[in-house]
Design a protein around this ligand. Structure first.
Ligand SMILES: Cc1cc2nc3c(=O)[nH]c(=O)nc-3n(C[C@H](O)[C@H](O)[C@H](O)COP(=O)(O)O)c2cc1C
Ligand code: SF4
Length: 407
């Protein structure tokens, strides 16, 4: 089985082909790492993956969405170094996803008015947004480069640039959020300009000793967003810019959030933890309308990912609905992808890869998505490991399972 063979991402060799995807842990405190974040990633490294990815670290202050998210800056190099040392001692490599959330934040969290590709209102945050000025875009690109240098100081082997899911780079790429009339808007080539500037800084900072992955969309997942042909053009541009591997994903948090992960969003569970009453009851009333369900099936991105495989030469990482040995064999051995990433399978069982090597066939994740609902206000956790869940949440989980059973 190819899963258990070593593989390379740029200058970095992983002991096997399984990577823990960037799935936001919500375990930071005041944008700093914590012991809980350390322990979780150590457990994933111990559980047998080739590499684990710390999720969704912001490259600067304006790019932060949550207080529990990391802000990658020199002040946190010490505690991050402790985390990466422990990951290495357990035989895995360490990566960190770097990005800027753009319009997915609030004034207080971002330390000023949220910024994005264009001015407007983002209903999902909800917030008023100011379009970035060209010199600010240049500074953000430099912040991406600085984040890579900080990641190196903190002992990371790789960085994963977040260019998908409707965060800032993706907001520039998508015609849905980019209405600019200057050199950063209009044609796809112009809309790729911001991504190009960031990637040039990232590749220069990565030099010859760090691996660079980019998480990119294969479709934005709604009418009016990027479709597959344009996303292939973006992927080819990333290949030309020197990325070492692409993580093939899709979806847009402010328009089609469940396109990324599929299944139902447990709205009651999500609102249960929300402290602001206006938001809690607003989301309970309108959540189902705003967050559309997307049916889950194993390897749900495979058809689109195949097209990228035909068009590109660089290593490709498959992500989306990897839950079983058979699924991994399909992706790696039969379809020829270079790596698999897993989010929920490793939230459910951090030792899933080791368990596979011991004969396990499938992880215990049921794709009810409680972990996603919880992410907005609590640290990451799988409902299967919590035995004190409120009754309303248990009822919702049972209801989703019953509906899934009938599909
Ligand atoms: C709780 C949770 C948090 C996530 N946070 C992020 C994130 O911070 N960055 C990102 O690129 N993807 C994020 N994702 C998406 C996953 O990385 C992955 O692309 C997606 O869940 C599909 O993989 P899976 O079917 O193996 O879970 C998150 C997923 C989950 C379940
Ligand atoms: S909470 Fe549900 S979807 Fe998330 S990892 Fe656990 S079983 Fe899977």
């Amino acid at each position: 089985m190819k899963l258990f063979t070593p593989g390379r991402i740029g200058p970095v060799t992983l002991r096997n082909r399984a990577i823990r995807s960037a799935a936001f842990e919500g375990m930071g405190k005041d944008n700093n790492p914590t012991d809980m974040l350390r322990d979780y990633h150590w457990s994933v490294a111990e559980g047998g993956v080739g590499m684990t990815t710390l999720a969704y670290a912001s490259v600067n202050r304006s790019g932060i969405s949550f207080d529990t998210q990391l802000w990658l800056r020199p002040e946190i190099v010490g505690p991050l170094r402790l985390i990466t040392d422990g990951i290495h001692q357990r035989g895995a490599k360490a990566s960190i996803q770097i990005g800027h959330c753009g319009n997915m934040t609030h004034w207080r969290t971002a330390g000023g008015m949220p910024v994005g590709a264009s001015s407007g209102f983002n209903l999902y945050s909800p917030t008023i947004v100011r379009g970035l000025k060209p010199d600010e875009i240049k500074q953000i690109a430099k912040d991406f480069g600085d984040a890579v240098r900080t990641a190196r100081d903190a002992g990371f082997d790789c960085v994963e640039v977040h260019a998908g899911h409707g965060y800032l780079i993706s907001q520039f790429l998508s015609p849905y959020t980019n209405h600019r009339r200057d050199g950063f808007g209009g044609s796809l080539d112009n809309r790729m300009r911001m991504m190009r500037m960031c990637m040039e800084e990232v590749m220069e900072a990565a030099g010859s000793d760090m691996g660079v992955l980019v998480k990119t969309n294969m479709r934005d997942g709604f009418k009016g967003g990027l479709e597959i042909d344009d996303c292939i053009t973006v992927a080819k541009e990333l290949e030309r810019l020197g990325a070492h591997a692409l993580v093939l994903s899709g979806g847009f948090v402010s328009k089609a959030p469940m396109y990324v992960m599929r299944g139902e969003m447990p709205i009651y569970s999500m609102t249960h933890y929300m402290p602001q009453l206006w938001l809690k009851y607003g989301v309970r009333m309108f959540g189902k309308m705003m967050i559309k369900d997307e049916p889950f099936r194993e390897l749900y991105f495979l058809d689109d990912a195949r097209r990228f495989k035909q068009e590109l030469k660089l290593p490709l990482v498959y992500v989306g609905g990897v839950v079983s040995r058979q699924g991994m064999e399909t992706v790696l051995d039969r379809e020829g992808f270079d790596f698999v990433q897993m989010g929920r399978a490793l939230i459910n069982d951090p030792a899933f890869v080791r368990h596979l090597s011991e004969g396990c066939e499938r992880c215990g994740c049921d794709h009810v998505n409680y972990c996603i609902a919880r992410m907005y206000s609590r640290e990451m956790a799988c409902h299967k490991h919590l035995d004190d869940l409120p009754k309303g949440i248990v009822r919702e989980i049972e209801g989703i399972k019953a509906r899934d059973g009938k599909r």
